[in-house]
Design a protein around this ligand. Sequence first.
Ligand code: HEC
Length: 410
Amino acid sequence: MTRTHTIALASAALAASVAAAGLHAQTPTWTENIAPLMQDKCMNCHRAGEVAPMSLLTYEEVRPWARSIRRMTDERIMPPWHADPQYGEFGNNRRMTQRQIDMIAEWVEAGAPHGPGEWTPPDYPEGWLLGGVLGEPDYVFEMSEPFAVPVGSGDININISVPTTHTEDIWVQAAEVRGNSRVVHHNVVSVRLPDGTPEPTGRLASATPGKQWDLFPDGAAKFIPAGSTMNFSLHYHASNAEEQDVSRVAVWLVRKPITHAVYSSVVADPGLVIPPNDPNYESRGEFVFRQDSEITLMKPHMHYRGKDMRYDLVFPDGRRETILSVPQYDMNWQISYELARPLPVPAGTRLQVVAHFDNSTNNPWNPDPSVQVIWGDDSRDEMMEGWFDYRVALPEPVVPNTVRRVSDQQ
Ligand code: HEC
């Protein structure tokens, strides 16, 4: 054996024993640990054209933010995710484990080392986020003319009717909504049938801070007859410069037989009356499933005084189960909690939603604790809405685009 071989073997043995003792693994590095973690938890939002203010794809981009990243992750402000981990299992769970948070802290403490080799960020497709999964959309429906959002205006809530272009009835498995992110706070898209009535299964898709698409679980789809129009329910917020918006929705057709229809529904309490200075006003609502169904996602919605929201099921046999709890609601984020697996609820099950509101001075977001607050679109008014999607099995599978809607509820 030559001398170089002996040295190589000896150093390999040394490296192995160091690694085994956990010494080598101690300081996390960008290329080995942090970049893959941030790809999983941060990069969908922190890149050009997405909701976050800065891109965090490369070491050069991330390095100046290291201290801030440590603080934001340590305080669990980033990534935004507000469900109590005790309840429910979510397919889109962004919550970091304590270990991951500690790893970021250690990395920053150690001076944010780069580590060996290079790390190349993934190739994010331009445009539609779902494009990376589903390919190009089949149809894109957009506003016929731009909406000009004036400088420094307050909030604007407006409904805009958008034409469709498909000539045959379609079933869609996914929809994604986009607009000018500098001014669009949210956009809820629903289908109006050719006779002008709302499509009975509820909203098609929505874009809200922290959510951009609706992807219906395997075998489920939404029906859009030819000749429908899209209703864009848009909320614009003020900006420093005049901005134009042409919002649009892309849809992807189902490619296989459809086994379930998807419904979007809501438990709401439009009668809420929150007294001045009340730190813990309680509001409740209930929905009763009339058919055997499966819940697929939940999305709490309140305004500045919203404090917490919980979703409970009461089964026909009296059994209760909490399926989502958001103990510290943050109105800046409208997060959809997508269940990892559709949750079966037999007919007769009650979905009970309970929420609390803080109309006191303890609430830093409270625009005015001295007023009584009632229901309204404006963020200074309130809403108690526990949105949820569920799906119902069709009597028999539908072959896309040839058979009309078979299942209707309400
Ligand atoms: C769902 C989208 C989303 C995800 C996921 C996300 N962020 Fe953010 N992030 C934002 C937005 C939007 C802001 C701006 C928030 C604001 O101004 O209140 C922000 C702000 C920040 C800031 C503060 C910027 C400043 O101006 O001080 C840091 C640091 C940050 N994010 C780090 C991260 C890290 C690290 C992760 C992953 C562990 C992450 N974010 C995941 C959307 C996201």
